[in-house]
Structures are given as structure tokens and as C-alpha cells.
Design a protein around this ligand. Sequence first.
Ligand SMILES: N[C@@H](CCC(=O)N[C@@H](CS)C(=O)NCC(=O)O)C(=O)O
Length: 204
Amino acid sequence: MITLHALEFSRATRVLWLLENLGQPCERIDYERKAKFRAPEALSHVHPLGKSPVIEDNGEMIAESSTILRYLVTKYGDHSHRPPKGTEAFWRHEALFDYVEASLAGGAMQAIMPAFQGKDVPQEAKTGLNKHLSYLERELAEGPFLFGAELTLADIQVSYILALLAKFELLNNHPKIVAYWEALQSHPGLIAATRAAGPMAPPN
Ligand SMILES: N[C@@H](CCC(=O)N[C@@H](CS)C(=O)NCC(=O)O)C(=O)O
């Protein structure tokens, strides 16, 4: 069985959500956040980067949420969660999926971090964030998810960033993204993952 190292209030929910959708159980090892919201030392004994999520499967250790999600759909031969190979939508999905950690996360964190520390969000961070949210709005088209009615890995991947942005009221000028975040929160897989491991965003 897969072991998931799950830090509270973290990207580990992405993995749990997909496992819920796939109907696959896992052994979850939970870690509490420490001072300054950092991961505990114990996670550094699991993986050199000391971050979560990390999974272990058949002696293999896999980090990076995007790689873990790709690994799981491959391992379980899942044909949902991605447009079919050979279609234009397939590559649009790959790009959006990779975009989340490669570009969006860094940009969004520049606004989230000051908000989390109770500071004003610098104008430059707000401008950068607006650019990302406008891009996502365009990609959403009619919604409710990025590829219409079918939930994909890209939706699961973006959820953590949206949870934090919503928590710190950084989505307010983007009603289409607010509606998207509501649709994500109503998904049974996320509801089950949150019930099992708690919310992605930290409490006040
Ligand atoms: N790009 C990595 C990011 C991993 C990451 O930064 N995880 C956060 C939790 S969401 C973490 O472990 N933070 C604790 C720390 O850095 O001390 C991924 O997508 O898995």
C-alpha cells in the first residue's frame, strides 16, 4: 500500500483527493506544522527537502505533488483526470498542470505570504497575482472546471493555491475564480480528503 507523508494544511491534500477519486486507500503519516509554519524535522528524515507531500510505494520515494499525481494515474491506469492523448486538449492540460507549481505558486505566494503575516500586500505582488488570475479565468471559459464538467489533475493541483488565496481574501476581484473555487470545494473527493486530513488553508 502507498504511504503518504502528509503535513497539515498542505499540498498533501492534492494526493489524498486523487486517491479518493481512484478509490485507493493509503497509509497516511501525519505531521504537524511547527514554529513559523515550518515542517517538523521528522520530514527531513523522509526526504532531503523536508517537505510534503512525499509518497512511498514499493520502496520508491516520490516527491513533488505533480509527479505524485502523474505517478498515481499511471500506476492505476486511470483514463479520467486528463483529456485523451493525441488531442489538443491533452497538451493544454499538461501545460496548465505544470504551470501551477512552475509559475502560479511562486507568484501567488508573493501575495499570500505578507497577507499570512498580517502585512499589506505590495502592489507589485497584487499586479502579478491579477495577471495569473486573469489567465486562469480565460482558461476556465464556461467552467465549472478547467476542462468543463470533467475534473482533471490541473484542477486538483490548483486547489491548494486557491484555498490560500480565498482564505486571505485575495480572490475578491475575480468572481469567476470564486465560483470555480466553490465548485472545487463541492467535489466529493475533496470533501472526503478534507474530512480525513483537515483543510488545506490554515485556521485564523
Ligand atoms: N513543489 C512542491 C512544494 C512542496 C512544499 O513546499 N510543501 C510545503 C507544504 S504545502 C511544505 O512542506 N512546507 C513546509 C516547509 O517548507 O517547511 C510540491 O508541489 O510538492
